[in-house]
Design a protein. Structure first.
Length: 577
């Protein structure tokens, strides 16, 4: 089940009815990716949990007292306490009913108004504390801009997630709405998948419910479905956003809670109503629905994740330091011009004079004089400073590109760590960190006993076509530049870390169904796993080249096309030994 836009809308309504207005009594980190608030309203203390783990990002109240889950204080927690503890929670809203983003508005007697943005989206859900003017005070997870993406950093203005460009879930009055809805349904495959790909705000859970309401079957085909029935089902599902008439509950099967929803769902177990969606979410989490299966490599995985986080923090600090050192455009030229004027007019400068006024003929300038030095000495120092600025202007862009490449590699290694299936694959991440110079070299004891990781994953489609995917950054390099032939198809999830995937053509163009399976694999083995719709680049291997100065697996792509697929596991692929 998914904490989708409808679930968020339901919880926002609940919080406005129970916690608003309320006084914040306590703020804490209940986990590395989770916030806790104790909010007092007359006669009642509410425990608000904001979980931002990619496994099940969610927001709801709980019936138990929240406790601190991590040692130490973080800059984000310290600022959050400063601006929200003792503040009034004045409102909670959802700016876009089709997006999983919520805003908590606080009013503090001393510090004024602040906004806590909670983004329950993407590969790393996030929380950001904003000033009233929209500038970021601090983030739970800082995100430097890469590949034209959003920069989520202190001091920057907050930019909301970009729109997905999908059809609105209800008729918004735009021209041709029903024609465009019909076009979204005119595709092969299940109706619910077509809805997820084409309609904004729909999770797979909600899309299956629309399919059941429109066609009586959650696996009904998209092509041939009644556009009017689908539109009516969408309108009914979305009505509580404006009416507030939610009917939350849990989904049970064989006595176990297997899901939750803001409205009754069909075709997947028994729906049992609860008083609030918060209650349903608490039951679902307590049942283990929000907990991944036991991980036999949890301790080692945690150590490697900590190594990647430390390296990322170092690279981020270096990028921030570069921004402070970079000279403004034209700064060196201006300084050199001032130095030349000082040399030319130093005989006209009187002892103790503080400013040299110069009429250049095109403009008038004032040069501040330093009483510690003679005009000639000051000019010499300015020439040296100008030369230093010129060197910085030449070096800093190159260094920034290197650090951004390191940051992109670390994003890939973070994904590799999450998706690693065994100890050798986790060891490969640590080895890549060392090779890239992002952590210390291994000791001889650490180097002994290492087991080489398995090679790239190989699959067969139902038609017998071979598809190969890299398990990590190093294998991505191998798949693309050693295994692939020029006419093989190459696929990669766009704008996020992920596996390089190739479709072995054998001199023949692959069937589009095989391409779709490969695209689903690329989406699933990327940081966008689980997303409703993932853009996947498709091109021939001949149009893929190594990024100049890039790290392993970093490439440039030409002549690409993009297809959108769900980020769930592809069905029909058979893994080969």
């Amino acid at each position: 089940m998914h904490f989708d836009a409808l679930s968020l809308a339901c919880v926002v309504g609940e919080l406005n009815g129970s916690c608003v207005p309320g006084r914040v009594q306590q703020v804490l980190l209940t986990g590395e990716h989770a916030l806790g608030f104790e909010i007092y309203t007359p006669g009642t203390r509410h425990q608000l949990l904001i979980a931002l783990d990619a496994g099940l990002a969610r927001m709801h109240t709980v019936t138990y007292k929240l406790r601190r889950g991590v040692e130490g204080e973080t800059p984000f927690l310290l600022l959050l306490r400063k601006y929200t503890r003792g503040a009034l929670l004045a409102a909670v809203d959802q700016p876009d009913a089709t997006e999983r983003v919520a805003r908590l508005h606080f009013e503090h007697a001393e510090h004024g108004q602040t906004i806590l943005i909670c983004e329950f989206i993407g590969r790393q859900p996030n929380a950001l504390l904003l000033k009233a003017d929209g500038r970021i005070l601090e983030c739970l997870h800082r995100v430097p801009a890469t590949d034209g993406g959003r920069a989520l950093l202190p001091g920057r203005p907050y930019a909301p997630p970009p729109p997905m460009g999908k059809l609105a879930p209800v008729d918004d009055g735009s021209d041709g709405y029903y024609e465009r809805l019909g076009g979204a349904l005119d595709v092969a495959g299940p109706l619910w998948k077509a809805l997820v790909a084409g309609v904004a705000g729909l999770s797979p859970t909600a899309a299956r419910e629309v399919a059941w309401r429109a066609a009586g079957n959650i696996d009904a085909p998209a092509r041939g479905s009644s556009v009017l029935a689908v539109a009516q089902a969408l309108q009914a599902l979305w009505a509580p956003v404006t009416t507030g008439a939610w009917q939350p509950g849990v989904v049970e099967a064989d006595g176990a809670v297997i899901g939750f929803a803001a409205n009754p769902v069909h075709g997947r177990g028994d729906f049992v109503a609860t008083a609030t969606l918060s209650a349903a979410l608490e039951r679902y989490a307590a049942s283990g629905g929000a907990v991944r299966r036991a991980d036999p490599y949890a301790a080692l995985r945690g150590q490697v994740q900590a190594q990647v986080r430390r390296a990322r923090a170092q690279v981020t600090r270096r990028l921030e330091a570069l921004a402070g050192d970079e000279p403004a455009p034209g700064e060196a030229e201006l300084l050199r011009s001032h130095a030349n004027w000082l040399l030319a007019l130093h005989h006209d400068i009187a002892p103790g004079q503080r400013t040299l006024h110069v009429d250049t003929g095109s403009e008038e300038i004032d040069i501040a004089l330093d009483s510690r030095y003679s005009p000639v000495e000051q000019a010499q120092r300015m020439f040296k400073r100008a030369a230093k600025l010129e060197r910085a202007a030449a070096i800093i862009p190159q260094r920034r590109a290197e650090l951004l490449a390191d940051l992109a590699l670390l994003e890939q290694l973070a994904l590799d760590t999450t998706q690693a299936d065994n100890q050798p694959e986790l060891a490969a991440v640590t080895a890549e960190l060392r090779t890239a110079g992002l952590m210390r070299s291994a000791t001889r004891r650490e180097q002994r006993g290492k087991t080489p990781s398995a090679g790239p994953i190989r699959y067969r489609t139902p038609r017998g076509v071979e598809i190969v995917a890299g398990r990590n950054a190093r294998q991505n390099e191998q798949v693309t530049f050693r295994l692939a032939q020029p006419d093989d198809l190459w696929l990669h999830a766009r704008g996020v870390p992920g596996a390089h995937v190739i479709v072995r053509g054998g001199g023949r163009p692959p069937d589009e169904e095989d391409v779709a399976l490969a695209a689903r694999l690329a989406a699933y083995r990327s940081a966008a796993r689980g997303d409703r719709s993932v853009d996947v680049i498709v091109t021939e291997r001949r149009w893929v080249s190594r990024a100049p100065g890039g790290r392993p697996g970093q490439v440039l792509v030409a002549r690409e096309r993009v297809i959108a697929v769900p980020g769930d596991a592809p069905e029909g692929l058979v893994e080969r030994d």
